[in-house]
Design a protein around this ligand. Structure first.
Ligand code: MN
Length: 311
């Protein structure tokens, strides 16, 4: 199976209060957690117990490179988030309850907005192909999280030339290059492709907190080595970041203004309260119009019942 398209999130990741954004800038390295998503190993860099969000980014699944033999992930619901899907290899077909049917290939971006509710399936286009990529979730703010669902495919994204490579701007802006993708809060997301040995400097917004996930290769950040399987959290207040590599390396840079709330994440729901989670669970199980119908041949995935956690 593919990417972390359908959680579920473990109770490990939804427990006590997380740490506040760090200022001045730091390099705080945490281990990703191996997660099994429909039989496929992914490295989940966010959320972690102590670090729930980076800006509004609240979920980072790096699909461990392996041939995808399964058919994909069947219809499942989301609320309160954008899913941001980016592939380095392989091909998927997105189908959703708005009627969207969209293949996605490397170099293209899918951004799905759940708002009050959407359902989608992500099907493997080529069985046995190496599927390498990320699926990211962005928490929607109070101002839009009860709004209408939406889906957008971006076949072309702006690129920034760096001293030793190229950055593709997925969301937000980098060095004046602005992505067409929707963002409901100030955000940046970029894939940085470093060709080989040397250092490149990325201009950053000091009002943002940032983090880096290495997808392939290794990078040094302020003298600290970062490799796949970890999140390098960089804090607030940086106006630039120098990334040094000794070989070809690809990394993901994410950032944004610290999010307005600590989102409550359960299964595929990004909410604020257990009442909201329970309602979403009941609505999906009842096949309510809230989530609609996905025209997929894959089986509908039942919702994970909320556990009793107080509140
Ligand atoms: Mn999904």
């Amino acid at each position: 199976m593919l990417l972390g398209m359908s959680g579920p999130l473990a109770t490990d990741d939804v427990s006590p209060e997380p740490e506040a954004p760090v200022e001045p800038p730091c390099v705080e390295i945490t281990d990703s957690r191996d997660a099994d998503v429909g039989g496929m190993l992914v490295r989940r860099a966010l959320p972690r117990r102590a670090r729930r969000t980076v800006g509004a980014w609240c979920f980072v699944d790096h699909m461990a490179s392996a041939p995808a033999e399964g058919p994909g992930i069947g219809p499942h619901p989301h609320i309160g988030l954008h899913t941001v899907t980016w592939l380095l290899s392989g091909e998927l077909v997105h189908r959703d309850s708005l009627g969207s049917e969209q293949p996605i290939r490397p170099g293209q971006l899918n951004v799905m907005t759940a708002g009050n509710g959407i359902a989608h399936a992500e099907e493997t286009a080529v069985r046995g192909a190496l599927h390498h990529g990320v699926q990211l979730w962005v928490a929607q703010p109070e101002a839009t999280r009860w709004g209408a669902p939406d889906f957008a495919h971006h076949a072309e994204l702006p690129r920034v030339e760096l001293a030793t490579g190229t950055a593709s701007v997925l969301v937000g802006a980098l060095d004046g290059a602005v992505s067409p993708a929707r963002a409901d809060t100030p955000l940046v997301g970029a894939e940085v492709d470093l060709r080989g040995p040397g250092a490149s400097t990325l201009p950053l917004d000091p009002a943002f907190e940032h983090a880096v996930v290495v997808l392939d290769g290794a990078v040094a950040l302020d003298g600290r080595d970062l490799t796949p399987g970890h999140l390098g959290y960089l804090g607030l207040g940086r106006d630039e970041l120098t990334v040094s590599a000794t070989a070809a390396t690809r990394l993901l840079l994410i950032g944004g203004t610290p999010f307005e709330a600590v989102p409550l994440m359960w299964w595929n729901y990004v909410a604020r309260s257990w009442d909201e989670v329970r309602q979403a669970h009941e609505d999906w199980q009842a096949e309510s119009d809230r989530f609609g119908v996905v025209p997929s041949t894959l089986a509908r995935i039942p919702s994970l019942p909320p556990v009793a956690r107080g509140r």
